[in-house]
Design a protein around this ligand. Structure first.
Ligand code: 4AD
Length: 466
């Protein structure tokens, strides 16, 4: 009985050994009636398989069969590992398999809408080829997304979704080690959690309802329910019509809520240590993936400090002012000023990851705790990677009366969130937390230009399939 071997682990250590691998046909090259090469791909890895008549009992018929294999078909291959004298071009593994048997397990149609090698090329590679007068196909984003199952097979995409899974895993590992409890809150709600009109509304057996814009209300109610520290990984729905590089209508939220003993900096301290742990983990354990992404979408490693920089909003405004950019000191930053501030921070502090806190109260959600010393500002923060927001967080108002007043002042119909407001009547400790967009973290860590690249099946105002 032959054991399955992953293409990834094929190396010269296995010389002369028999192996059994499964993969996809990446390319077939016929040399003659008596010889053919089949490049087989499994995930990020490729290996050249050689069929030669008279060797390993290969027949002409087998060579013919191999020649007729369509790209992307699933094949099982049995053969012996050999180590050629010269380096093998175009495959990740530097050994060959001398094929004994080849089975086609599932045949792909021969007219694929996307060729994986085309989809895997970097812009630079395409420009270069065009300069040399060669014709290369550029696969556009819509085609990629329409045929996402094919597009997902490129090395860069394999790597991107590996990273995404690692970020989520590390998020859980870190928080559990800090005694946070994993929770799941409802995604169907009678009222909105973040205010505003950007919700998907639907009929819930005769009651008006909407899809959760965040786990905000229920994660806070978990604190009222004496869950002192909680986290959730789950879908978040936003119906806003923003067709940008960083907004989706459905994304994965990484949410945290915790009791605060004395100061909202306790929440920022968790952000700091959590993200340094996540970034370290990616850099230490995902080198192959980071290289695979970089080959198609070149980027510089993220600069971050051992102890995350914290600046106040007024300090940020001041930095912008000194750079000749005037912004309203009690207004919000926009994409452009956030990015500009990111550059100023990078140049001054040598970091592309930082926390901006003490935001003006007027631009934060109703549940945000104002600063004790000056109510125009709030105990809140945003966190940025390369000048773009990945997190927003804050201390919350835990006084029932004050919270109700704030909700009313913000134009919220308090009847729709009555059970949430009521939950603060029975004793709730000071608390705070934050929400992270998973797709944004991966996008910005790798300096990718579009959030659709880090969502497996993105949902935007126009896209509901696949
Ligand atoms: O800034 P947001 O809307 O904050 C909240 O939902 C709060 N309840 C968080 C809290 O605990 N105070 O969303 C949090 C994060 C953003 O920083 C961003 O990374 C991501 O979620 N996000 C989006 N990601 C993709 N598409 C969208 N439309 C997003 N909107 C927010």
């Amino acid at each position: 009985e032959l054991k399955w071997t992953e293409v990834k682990s094929l190396s010269s250590d296995l010389k002369d050994q028999e192996v059994l691998v499964r993969g996809r046909v990446q390319a077939v090259r016929a040399v003659s009636k008596k010889m053919a090469f089949v490049v087989v791909r499994e995930g990020l890895f490729t290996v050249q398989c050689v069929l030669m008549v008279a060797k390993e009992k290969v027949s002409e018929q087998m060579v013919k069969f191999a020649n007729a294999l369509s790209r992307e078909s699933i094949v099982d291959i049995e053969g012996v590992i050999s180590v050629p004298g010269e380096p093998i071009k175009g495959t990740s593994q530097q050994v060959e398999i001398q094929v004994r048997k080849i089975y086609c397990i599932n045949r792909a149609i021969s007219t694929l809408p996307i060729n994986i090698e085309d989809a895997a090329r970097s812009d630079a590679e395409i420009e270069e080829a065009l300069k040399d007068g060669k014709q290369l196909v550029r696969v556009n984003q819509d085609t990629r997304l329409n045929y996402r199952v094919l597009d997902l097979r490129t090395p860069a995409n394999q790597a991107i979704f590996h990273l995404s899974s690692e970020v989520e895993h590390e998020f859980r590992v870190f928080l559990r080690s800090e005694h946070f409890r994993g929770i799941h809150t409802p995604k169907t709600m009678g009222g909105t959690s973040e205010g505003g009109a950007a919700v998907f509304r639907f009929d819930y057996k005769g009651q008006p309802a909407c899809l959760a814009q965040s786990p905000q209300l229920h994660k806070q109610m978990s604190i009222s329910g004496d869950f002192r520290r909680v986290f959730e990984v789950g879908p978040v729905f936003r119906a806003e019509d923003s067709f940008t590089h960083r907004h989706l209508c459905e994304f994965t939220g990484l949410d945290v809520e915790m009791e605060i003993k004395a100061h909202y900096s306790e929440v920022m301290d968790i952000v700091d240590r959590l993200f340094v742990a996540i970034f370290d983990h990616l850099n230490e354990n995902c080198q192959g993936e980071l290289e695979a992404i970089s080959r198609q979408y070149p980027f510089q490693p993220l600069k971050y400090l051992r102890k995350t920089l914290q600046l106040t909003f007024p300090e940020g405004i001041q930095m912008l002012k000194e750079a000749g950019i005037e912004v309203d000191p009690l207004g919000d930053l926009n994409t452009e000023t956030e990015r500009k501030l990111g550059e100023l921070v990078r140049d001054k502090y040598d970091t592309e990851f930082y926390i901006l806190h003490r935001y003006p109260s007027a631009i934060r959600p109703f549940y945000t705790m104002p600063c004790y010393d000056n109510a125009s500002y709030s105990n809140s923060f945003d966190v940025f990677i390369r000048g773009e927001e990945i997190i927003s967080g804050a201390q919350r108002i835990h006084d029932h009366e004050f919270l109700t007043k704030r909700a009313e002042a913000c134009g919220i119909d308090v009847k729709t969130i009555a059970t949430y407001l009521d939950s603060f009547k029975y004793g709730t400790p000071p608390h705070g937390g934050f929400g992270v967009g998973l797709e944004r973290v991966v996008m910005l860590f790798c300096n990718l230009n579009n959030i659709r690249k880090t969502s497996q099946f993105p949902r935007d105002p126009q896209r509901l399939a696949p």
